[in-house]
Design a protein around this ligand. Sequence first.
Ligand SMILES: C[S@@+](CC[C@H](N)C(=O)[O-])C[C@H]1O[C@@H](n2cnc3c(N)ncnc32)[C@H](O)[C@@H]1O
Length: 222
Amino acid sequence: MPSKAEENLPATNEGYGTREYWEQRYTVEGVGHDFDWFLKPDYLLQFFDGLTKDIDVGKDARILILGCGNSSLGEALYDAGWRNLVNIDYSKAVIEQMIERHGETRPQMKWLEMDVLDLKFEQEFDLVVDKATMDAMLTTKGDPWNPPQKDIDMCTKEVDEGLRVLRKQLGSKFVYWSFGQPHFRKRFFINRAGWKYSQKSVGPEDGFEYFQYLLEWEEVVA
Ligand SMILES: C[S@@+](CC[C@H](N)C(=O)[O-])C[C@H]1O[C@@H](n2cnc3c(N)ncnc32)[C@H](O)[C@@H]1O
């Protein structure tokens, strides 16, 4: 029997790139539903000690999750001790559902309706996380080797915005987990002044290969 998520696919892949699709999908799924796009939180948690180890406040690191959807990553992090969490998504429906689900039991964690391309924050985060959100923005029909300029501009803007709201100090990081191979994704991360780039394969041994893209603040020597 198909799952709720499988029953609710867009008519074409391009649907994943529209706010309308996500809004109706989450409205149909309802408040009790959670779904993680690849790399489940119980696998990903192991990376967060490393991602926050150089941050002087440790587990009080301020973390921003871009395009949270109804993933249980925020909940898993909260329950593991990272409580200074802000989750954003441009779907009003999913944000209302996540507040209803976690507002009372996990009160320090925030849920905000917001576009990742227009973040309403200053330089205040230690870690910015994208899991599968940029992937949803790269679904335009056509040649994936030559994406349309509008998609390139949008993904570049997402990374610009994520880096803008990070504190410019050692330890600050932007991590992106994706199904997209480096050829198609690294262009958005490389050659950014002050930020050291790295990439690696990730994923459980018995599963598919996914990719981690990481930018870490480094002192800029004039
Ligand atoms: C493929 S889902 C990933 C959800 C979650 N991060 C996960 O890993 O399961 C993409 C999510 O990004 C959100 N999204 C896409 N574009 C966005 C944008 N410009 N601003 C905010 N959220 C966006 C969608 O509403 C959706 O919840």
